[in-house]
Design a protein around this ligand. Structure first.
Ligand SMILES: NC(=O)c1ccc[n+]([C@@H]2O[C@H](COP(=O)([O-])OP(=O)(O)OC[C@H]3O[C@@H](n4cnc5c(N)ncnc54)[C@H](OP(=O)(O)O)[C@@H]3O)[C@@H](O)[C@H]2O)c1
Length: 320
């Protein structure tokens, strides 16, 4: 039997690393397109994984790299853009999705898995969600010619995540009191391993062609509860104080000018919508999602080995 071959964009990121590990285990040939190969040599320890340095925004490069693959997975996404008016989001989410669809057609690739986000929609309040929605709509529009599936997760957790780990880093720095913007926003955090499994199970499942799936964990939390639980697992005593709406806005407006934009007005607007599912996408793939409580202590408690490795890897990458 021939091994299925998949080309992944965004495969070096947090979700990508969870997905690629599972794909390698399941005997897929995996080609990851990345902007900076030297930063991700760690992925090459996996059998049957190749890393190709490529400009994924170049249509000719996509056509060349997709040729001969059975399918493509697009995990590329940004939470913040360089500017402030949505152009960066549009380029990375919408224009790239369009180029990927064109390249799939041109190189005869018929299977495409596309990662979107819960609440993505053309009328959503943030550039992030609007452009994610526009891209998902473009992808689904091709369902009569390509076998496309769109995934819309709530916030994703697991070793190497940026959401929980960001709060963990802030909690370490803040003594006693932790002022929190948008504390009442709701999430149904979903484990990266479950998201990866849903993608893999959909791969050759015709029932998933032309469909979109919301992916949520088993429990809903407010942001305040998530931060409190994070502090508890880390063994830190912190009082989490929810900021009123005007102060949350102000915090976002100030922080979007800091290096790396730790919080932005666009993030603030995304948080206006609760990130919870109205139907269970996992059921279609026979997956029972694991809870945050079952996984969090494994990568957060006492600076786990994984966190130390991630730190060493980050320092190495900065030095390259
Ligand atoms: N993490 C979550 O909680 C969450 C929740 C809902 C939806 N999602 C969606 O899931 C997908 C994966 O998320 P993630 O957390 O794994 O993201 P991530 O860790 O930030 O990784 C995204 C990858 O996209 C590539 N990328 C970033 N900016 C790019 C650009 N300007 N042009 C081309 N490629 C670029 C990078 O690959 P290279 O640097 O190797 O080129 C990076 O490894 C995204 O589409 C995201 O929107 C994530």
């Amino acid at each position: 039997m021939t091994r299925p071959s998949v080309c992944i964009l965004g495969g070096t990121g947090f979700v990508g690393r969870h997905l690629v590990a599972r794909l390698a285990q399941k005997n897929f040939d995996v080609k990851i397109l990345t902007r900076a190969r030297a930063r991700h040599y760690g992925l090459l320890v996996l059998p049957s994984v190749t890393l190709v340095e490529a400009d994924v925004h170049d249509a000719a490069v996509l056509r060349r790299e997709f040729a001969g693959c059975d399918g493509v997975i697009n995990l590329v996404g940004i939470l913040n853009e360089r500017g402030h008016r949505g152009k960066g989001f549009h380029r990375v989410h919408v224009e790239l999705a369009r180029k990927i669809l064109d390249a799939c057609r041109a190189s005869g690739v018929s299977r495409l898995l596309h990662m979107s986000a819960l609440n993505a929609g053309e009328r959503a309040p943030s550039h992030y969600l609007r452009t994610k929605g526009e891209a998902a709509a473009l992808v689904l529009k091709t369902a009569d010619e390509l076998h496309v599936t769109v995934f819309e997760p709530s916030v994703i957790f697991g070793a190497g995540d940026s959401f929980i780990n960001r709060f963990a880093a802030l909690l370490r720095k803040m003594p006693a009191v932790f002022p929190l913007a948008c504390a009442r926003a709701k999430f149904a955090p979903v484990y990266a391993g479950d998201v990866a499994e849903a993608l893999i199970r959909s791969w050759d499942n015709p029932a998933s062609f032309g469909r979109r799936y919301g992916l949520c964990g088993p429990k809903t939390y407010t942001l305040r509860e998530l931060v409190r639980d994070t502090a508890r697992v880390m063994g830190l005593r912190r009082v989490v104080i929810g900021l009123p709406s005007a102060l949350s806005w102000l915090q976002a407006a100030l922080m979007e000018w800091l290096p790396g934009k730790p919080f932005s007005l666009d993030n603030y607007r995304s948080l206006k919508l609760d990130s919870i599912c109205n139907h269970d996408g996992f059921a279609a793939f026979g997956i029972e999602p694991v809870s945050l409580e079952a996984v969090l202590p494994g990568y957060l408690g006492n600076r786990s080995a994984q966190a130390r490795l991630d730190g060493l890897r980050r320092r190495h990458n900065q030095a390259v």
